[in-house]
Design a protein around this ligand. Structure first.
Ligand SMILES: *Cc1c(COP(=O)(O)O)cnc(C)c1O
Length: 481
């Protein structure tokens, strides 16, 4: 495949794809004259509307996305997001409301915010919540700030540590540090991927503010000791934070509140019908138990009889953490997703997520090393270290997957397993897609034996091959000579 020309290479002098209004009242009166830019040293491409349309359509087709390719990205659920939810989010009655509109004018929207918090609380066994945080990482920060406020009010100033298992998502320790906490890492048991209880006990002191836990965790293991873990932390005076970024495997099967957690976040942009990735709008509600409710950020929506109003000042709140109520279109999609599936529909999602992951894990066990035995939850780890003597690493294998039209799974995360692939098929894939994935993964093993160069030099079908992704993102070069 050839590298398409850049829009600058396609530029032809005098071509236009826009027409601005003449210097009329509307904008000349609006912009002070000294601000008008009359000359420009900015190089802009000149291109007609049809060429512009084609340019972006061609670029779009070069992408691998959930709409075009299987996308088994572990720890970052990438699944079907029903279009009907998008349609609802686009309704002008919602889209055009102003966030400063008076409560009486936006009763319907406030009802949705209030209702969504209620639905999420029921689903998770929590009692209060906020929809304001815009990303999982921000949700973690908010939850930890609430924990901090709780200990402060109890004058328990010595609690300066947050315990985080070594399998945790990188945002967990980062959020804890940002809150000024010291991060203490808890080991996992290598064979089971579960928390090492003995190590946890060693670290449980009166300095612990909270344990942050993902369950099922990022190697796809649901902790067999979860009730013991939460009890131990509570006994030493610490609180429990649940990282619920990927909730698809437990929907209406079990509830973090009943596992013993005090506060949690959910990534609506993974589990509840908003695509994840690309830096688009997200939503990460925080839910908590009664004891943390006073510290929730503002604004909060409260119901009185049959009307709703927003409350901007509550005495012990940690304050405002985002503009207004969060990304409302994301909230609408999540609300719609609840309506669409109902109680048993959500449960079916969880069952399918777990079934699909176990199906793949079972069928791939002979081709790749499976470091953690037994049933998995929504995702699982394969270890690609059998081919190292041929210099083939996990990274090369996923590059070869691209040639077969499959997006790479997560690689080299979690950090505790060398040469790992973290695979999550999600609930929305058909058996046929899963079978094809198994077939391709087997074929790559065959290729590794017979023609290692093929894999070491992959991808062969992509317009660009092995980019330094960080460099490419930081120093984007659009103007090619
Ligand atoms: C994605 C993810 C996060 C972070 O969510 P962002 O919205 O990307 O900030 C945290 N924890 C886990 C387990 C995740 O998968």
């Amino acid at each position: 495949m050839k590298i398409p020309k850049t829009i600058f290479q396609k530029s032809q002098k005098g071509q236009r794809a826009y027409s601005l209004p003449k210097e009329d009242e509307a904008w000349t009166s609006f912009l002070p004259e000294e601000k008008w830019r009359r000359e420009s040293d900015v190089i802009l491409p000149e291109i007609s509307e049809i060429d512009l349309t084609r340019h972006f359509s061609i670029l779009e087709r070069l992408n691998m996305g959930i709409d075009t390719h299987f996308y088994p990205l572990g720890s970052c659920t990438m699944k079907l997001n029903p279009r009907i939810c998008e349609d609802v989010a686009q309704l002008p009655e919602y889209k055009h409301i102003h966030p400063l509109a008076a409560d009486e004018m936006i009763q319907g929207s406030l009802e949705i915010i209030h209702g969504l918090i209620k639905k999420l609380c029921e689903l998770c066994g929590m009692s209060h919540g906020t929809l304001a945080p815009n990303a999982g990482a921000q949700g973690e920060f908010v939850g930890l700030r609430m924990i901090q406020a709780y200990h402060r009010e109890k004058k328990d100033a010595k609690r300066t540590q947050i315990l985080v298992p070594d399998s945790a998502h990188g945002t967990n320790p980062a959020s804890a540090r940002l809150c000024g906490y010291e991060v203490v890492t808890i080991r996992s048991v290598p064979e089971t991927g579960d928390v090492d209880i003995e190590h946890l006990k060693e670290k449980l002191t009166d300095q612990v503010a909270a344990l942050m836990l993902t369950n099922p965790n990022t190697v796809g293991v649901f902790s067999k000791h979860i009730l013991q873990i939460t009890q131990l932390v509570h006994e030493c005076g610490g609180l429990l934070y649940y990282d619920g970024a990927n909730l698809n495997s437990i929907l209406n099967l079990c509830r973090p509140g009943e596992m013993g957690f005090d506060v949690m976040h959910i990534n609506l942009h993974k589990t509840f019908s908003t695509p994840h990735g690309g830096g688009g709008p997200g939503g990460a509600p925080i839910l908590c138990q009664e004891k943390l409710a006073p510290y929730l950020p503002t604004p909060r929506v409260v119901q009185k009889d049959s009307s709703y109003r927003s409350v901007w000042n509550t005495e012990k709140s940690i304050g405002q953490i985002a503009s207004f109520y969060g990304n409302f279109s994301v909230l609408l999609k999540a609300y719609m997703y609840f309506q669409l599936h109902g109680h048993y529909g959500l449960r079916k999602i969880a069952e399918m997520a777990v079934l699909n992951a176990n199906y793949l894990k079972y069928h791939l066990r002979n081709c790749y090393k499976v470091p953690i035995k037994g049933y998995c939850s929504h995702e699982f780890v394969l270890q690609a270290d059998r081919f190292l003597e041929k210099k083939i690493k996990a990274f090369d294998i996923v590059k070869r997957l691209l040639d077969y039209g499959i997006h790479a799974p997560t690689v080299y995360f979690p950090l505790i397993i060398k040469e790992c692939l973290l695979i999550e098929p999600t609930e929305s894939e058909s058996k046929r897609t899963l079978d094809r994935f198994i077939h391709v993964m087997e074929k790559i093993v065959q290729e590794a034996k017979e023609d290692p160069e093929l894999i070491l030099e992959a991808p062969h079908q992509m317009p660009l091959r092995r980019l330094d992704e960080v460099y490419a993102a930081k120093f984007l070069d659009l103007v090619e000579d």
